[in-house]
Design a protein around this ligand. Structure first.
Ligand code: HEM
Ligand SMILES: *[C@@H]1O[C@H](CO)[C@@H](O)[C@H](O)[C@H]1NC(C)=O
Ligand SMILES: *[C@@H]1O[C@H](CO)[C@@H](O)[C@H](O)[C@H]1NC(C)=O
Length: 454
């Protein structure tokens, strides 16, 4: 058994109120969990004991740091609408956000997904359901881990992200917060995983859907075209096939090397052909994160280094989990994401300067140097993607309710970045050109079989 698995098992034992071993002996644990327990016990209880103590100590230190940060936020008046992180859990919101449910930490560990609980079979979406450009959200919806309608919430999507993919609480809360702000209704936490939809309230302003261009949905996606050329939510078989061809040079692996090549290709292509190509701070965080996510989330958890077609393709082509698929064994954190992004950038054959085409042949660089990015700096790109708002891409509801947005971010997102000393952790006041009300779009058909819409 690998040390990391041992550690996650030890953490599970430490966290469990009832003795894990008794459960295993009674046959009350799922087989994979029980096997893991007995294997670990065979390796020697002393080793487990030691790992458990260490894990407990680390948790204690982490929670102490969180409490100190929480008190600081309270003293600074940073949490006017509640929230904040205590004991590893987001605290409830109040005031105008009192109806906003918060995500909760989920148990981690190797587990077969969807498994055989009978609650999560694949079902084709109905015509009234919406699907969008995130292959994993579409997959979660097709299996009922989030609402099959495609109308989800801040808490539901962040919980499903932990449950189905084994991503960390921090990473999942961050992603779902970005989704909510991109196109949802902040007070209820509801958002559409595709375009604007009448089932999402418009309490603060129009809810435009997470595919609203420029906030979370950006240019240079893997399998979706730039918004300038048409529907940005639709799966594009041509883009996918090009990626598959690239992976063939790398042992059929959808890994760091393949994406280092592919991302430079799509960058150069868009810079030459898309007069509105925008590679801003959100582009930087999103296009790098979504690529490392592929090889950190989608491989079989039993064989995490193997990002092969068998494991990756079902998510993109059929929006379903591969058969007999296990989620990753350990939570994937914001810190790990930053390290992977830094590595992806360092592996890319050319530096992809952030900036924007103001017409073809007129690329205006942002002046951000990607030549030597550290893991922490890369984690801070993610913080910038949510805190550093670029005027023009903000929905009107965020512009006019700027203080509410800031209170939400302070309460739900800022604490997760507390340890990285990021330069930007305050939501900048929107500029005069903010307030773009262009709605996002959903996939034109929501049934995708083998990469072809039906
Ligand atoms: C609540 C959580 C999430 C939300 C709101 C969300 C939202 C989005 C959005 C808006 C995009 C479009 C980005 C673009 O324009 O390129 C996207 C793309 C993507 N997301 Fe998610 N996402 C979430 C969780 C995840 C997780 C956990 C994974 C892990 C595998 C993931 C994997 C991807 C991938 C691979 C893409 C790129 C798709 C492509 O271009 O082919 N997402 N997501
Ligand atoms: C997608 O589903 C179709 C139809 O069930 C199946 O033939 C195909 O093998 C699947 N593709 C992948 C990559 O799983
Ligand atoms: C995942 O790993 C398990 C255990 O090794 C194996 O039985 C299963 O076929 C694998 N599934 C995929 C999709 O690779």
């Amino acid at each position: 058994m690998k040390p990391l698995m041992l550690l996650s098992l030890a953490a599970a034992i430490a966290a469990s109120p009832c003795p894990y071993g008794q459960l295993a002996e009674r046959g009350a644990l799922p087989k994979t969990e029980a096997d893991k327990f007995f294997a670990a016990r065979a390796e020697g209880e002393a080793a487990i004991e030691k790992q458990m103590l260490k894990a407990r100590e680390e948790k204690r230190a982490e929670h102490a740091a969180q409490e100190a940060y929480y008190k600081r936020q309270l003293n600074l008046g940073d949490l006017p609408l509640g929230g904040g992180l205590l004991g590893g859990v987001l605290q409830p919101f109040s005031g105008v956000l009192k109806g906003l449910g918060v995500p909760t930490p989920q148990p981690f560990g190797l587990k077969e997904i969807p498994g055989d609980d009978g609650l999560h079979p694949f079902q084709f979406p109905k015509t009234t359901d919406v699907r969008g450009m995130c292959p994993t959200l579409n997959t979660m919806a097709n299996h009922g881990f989030i609402s099959r309608t495609g109308i989800t919430t801040f808490a539901e999507a962040a919980n499903a992200c932990q449950i189905t993919l084994g991503f960390g609480y921090d990473t999942c809360v961050f992603l779902s917060a970005l989704g909510l702000l991109a196109g949802g209704d902040l007070p209820s936490g509801k958002y559409s995983i595709g375009g604007a939809d009448a089932r999402v309230p418009n309490t603060l302003g129009p809810s435009l859907g997470i595919s609203k261009h420029g906030f979370f949905e950006v240019d240079n996606s893997i399998s979706r075209q730039d918004q300038n050329f048409g529907n940005q939510a639709d799966f594009r078989l041509d883009r996918w096939n090009r990626l598959v061809d690239i992976t063939k040079k790398y042992n059929g692996q959808f890994g760091n090397s393949a994406f280092a090549e592919e991302r430079v290709t799509v960058y150069k292509e868009a810079k030459n052909a898309n007069p509105k190509f925008t590679a801003g701070i959100r582009w930087l965080g999103v296009t790098t994160a979504e690529r490392v996510f592929v090889f950190r989330a989608l491989p079989n958890g039993t064989d995490p280094g193997n990002a092969n077609f068998r494991n990756i393709a079902p998510f993109f082509l059929n929006e379903t989990f591969p058969e007999e698929w296990f989620r990753r064994a350990t939570p994937y954190t914001l810190a790990a994401t930053g390290a992977d992004i830094a590595n992806l950038l360092a592996s890319s054959s050319e530096i992809t300067n952030p900036g924007q085409n103001q017409g073809l042949g007129n690329f205006v660089p942002l002046g951000l140097d990607l030549g030597n990015v550290s893991p922490t700096t890369a984690t801070c790109f993610l913080a910038s993607a949510i805190f550093d708002n670029t005027p023009g891409f903000l929905a009107p509801g965020l512009v006019t309710n700027y203080a509410t947005v800031q209170a939400f971010l302070n309460g739900a997102v800022k604490p997760f970045f507390a340890t990285y000393n990021c330069p930007v952790l305050d939501f900048a006041k929107p500029g005069p050109s903010a307030g773009d009300a262009t709605p996002g779009v959903s996939a034109h058909s929501n049934i995708l079989i083998n990469g072809v819409y039906q």
